[in-house]
Structure formats: structure tokens, C-alpha cells
Design a protein around this ligand. Sequence first.
Ligand SMILES: [Zn+2]
Ligand SMILES: [Zn+2]
Length: 455
Amino acid sequence: MPEYKFKKDFLRTPKGTRDILPHDFLYWQFVQQKAEEIGRAYGFQPIRTPHIEKTELFTATLGESSDVVEKQMYTFRTRGGDSLVLRPEGTIPIIRAYFEHGMHTWPQPVMLYYSGSFFRHESPQRGRFREFGQFGCEIIGEEAGIADALVIWVISLIFQEIGIKSYLVHVNTLGDKECRPEYRRDLVAYYRRKVNSLCKDCHRRLKTNPLRLLDCKNPNCIDLKAEAPQMVNYACSSCKAHFKTVLEFLDELGIPYYLNPYLVRGLDYYSRTVFEFFRGDKNPSSLGESKGEDQNTDKKDLALASGGRYDYLAEALGEKMVAGVGGSIGLDRVVEELRAQKAKPFKEKAPSIFLIQLGPQAQRKSFLLFEDLRKAKFNIAQPFSKDGLRSQLQLADKRGATWVLIVGQKEALDAKIIVRDMASGAQETILQNKLLDYLKKKISTRGGSALGGKK
Ligand SMILES: [Zn+2]
Ligand SMILES: [Zn+2]
């Protein structure tokens, strides 16, 4: 891509953000439409929450000391003095909405999907943006493992249907309030013994967020975790049974998964199932543990989708406990993956009819003519501001039009129109008010290819 050096820096998007241009937008649209279609088919309903939320919503749930709140949130004061943030993630606002609108009185579970932009102040690198797109789905008010399986299933279906054929789901259980404290204690005790080998961040994590130690990308810390206690060995009988249910679903559905004992979400409101989707289908015990800092390794490690159960989130918001599970797809990464595969899963439909006008009078007529054809569901295009017969014909050819309609000065005056068959070059002049019938007849003898609306 050419890099333009602007004299004025304000002519560029802010760091970590970008424009999605028409060609790329088709990928976004394709992925979002497929995701929504599958989500709706499985009973999820759409919801949209604001891009801004009150800061306390996230400090209360994520914790003041979490990486997101400490380093990544875009926080600002309004003129009225309120502290707001650009939403850093999708689930917490939805749980807020769940209570704000009394969804706990609806038939449970409440199943919602969303897509949109989220914002985190991270160091931008490949596949990671400060404004990033996510599609997510949430099942609120259901404790059973079938809900976890359904979220994973829906995400895998979306991947399959958009053409990401090879992926692997990393899964783990984080236990619950029953069994996690003991695990946490042992984990802290283990790392206390190794404290001198830990990186600076992990020193802090040991105090604030010990589970996150398993997540550290520092080579020394990666070596240490091989011997660290694993949550799955501490799970109480109900957490074990819950996890087993989820895995049985994955087996039944043929979803490729990998039990990753180091997969954690460092927040207390997460419980039981956590999962992440990675590209590739190998059982990479090294995935997520790559040493070194080079960008390619890091890119390989980026999850395409992730999620988990958050049975304690409602409590963190000061509400009564409501079980829930959800997952989200990183749209930027998924689109990048499709482009890397050179996939072109959507069709850019060639117009079958191309309307050409010559001269000001014909131009003025062309809008209404175009509209008649659009309403009649013809697949039609027009170069609204191009001049000259030759350049317009070339464009029609380039766009792959089957027929070209030409209105010149004379035709505009006589209310006529020229119909040109692009394949044979044959032309006929007919009255404009006979045009629709004429085209429909032509199409019926040709097999209906000019009508839009059919796929
Ligand atoms: Zn570390
Ligand atoms: Zn448990």
C-alpha cells in the first residue's frame, strides 16, 4: 500500500484506527450478515448499547487494578463532570441493559447478539486495533453446560460458513466460588516460591490477579507455569460435571478442541468454562506460549474468538446472581484471515442492465427511468455523471452488463430508448413506456438472469 506523507498529521486517522474502504467493507458485511443470520436462527436477538458508558460500570466489574481499567480504557470527563468511557468490551454493558430494562422478568434465558466497535488503548500491531469490531452472543439466565456448548457451536458455525475451515478451540474450566479459592491459594503459594524468577508485571499480578500469571508472555514466566498447579485438578464435583457436559457436546458436534490448562481470564466474575478460538488445527501445546516478541509470533497467537461463563458478573454489579455465558468474534482478525486465505466468499453481482444517457435533457430523465427499473427489481447500474457514449459503453462492458439502455438527445425528446445487447451488439429502439414489458419478455426468453432479488 502506498504510504502518503501528509504535511498535516490531522489528515490521518488516529493511531490504531483505520478507515474500512468499500472493498474491505464487503468482507465485514459478509461476516456480520452470516453471523447475524446464524445467531438469529439459533434464537439470539439483536441488541445495541451505547458506545459510551459510565466509568464505574467497568471499574466495578473489571476492578481498578485490571489491565483494561488501568491502561486500556479511554476515559473522559463530560462538560457536566461525569466520567465516561468508550466501551472496552461488550458483555458488561449487556448485563447492565439486562437489569436496566427488567430482562430478568422475561422468559429465561435471554439470548442476545450484538456487533459494533469497541475501544482499547493498546499498542497497535497486526490484527490489533484501538477501535476494533466484535460480533458477540450472550445467553443470560442459564446455568447448564448446554448454553456454553451452544455459544461455542454458534461461533464454530459462523467460522465454517464464512470459510474459516481450520480452527481449534482451546477450553478450560476456572471453577467456581466453591473450588477456585483453594486453587488460587496453591497457585499463589507455588509462585511465591519462584518469586525471584518472575517478571515485573507478574510480581504485581501475584498480589492483584494471580490467575493472570498463567497468561504472561515473558519467557521466564512461561517456563515456570509448566509446573504450576492446574485448575482442572481442583474442580469440585459440580464444576467437573459442568465441564464434562460441555466437552461431551463438543465431542458430539465434532468441534476440534484442546484442553488448555493455562487458558485463564483474570477476572473474578468469570467462572467455569472459558474458551478461545485459534486458527489452524494442530494440537499446539506451544500455542499461546511462544517465546520472543516478534510480531509474527504474536499474530499467530491472536485468538479469532473468545468467551466464557460469567456467573458472578451480575453480583459484581450489585444485582442478584444471574448465570450467563457468551463469546465474541474479533471481526478485524477474521476479516484479515479471510483476506489472507484469498477467500472471496461473497459475490459482487454484475449489473445486467446499464443505463447510459447523453446530453442534459437525457440526464434529467435518467433518474426517473432508473427508478422505474429499480422498482421493477432489475439489477441496474448507471454512471450518473459520466459523459460520452464510448466511455460509458466501456464502463458497461467492464461491469459485465448484459444490456445497455441508451437515451440520447433525440430519444429524450421522442420518449424513446435504445436497447443494446452487449453480447451481439444488436440494437433496437423502443418507446420508453414499453420498456419494462420489453425487458421482461427478453429476460423470460433468456432465462431470468436480469432480474435482481434472486440469488
Ligand atoms: Zn510474567
Ligand atoms: Zn466448583
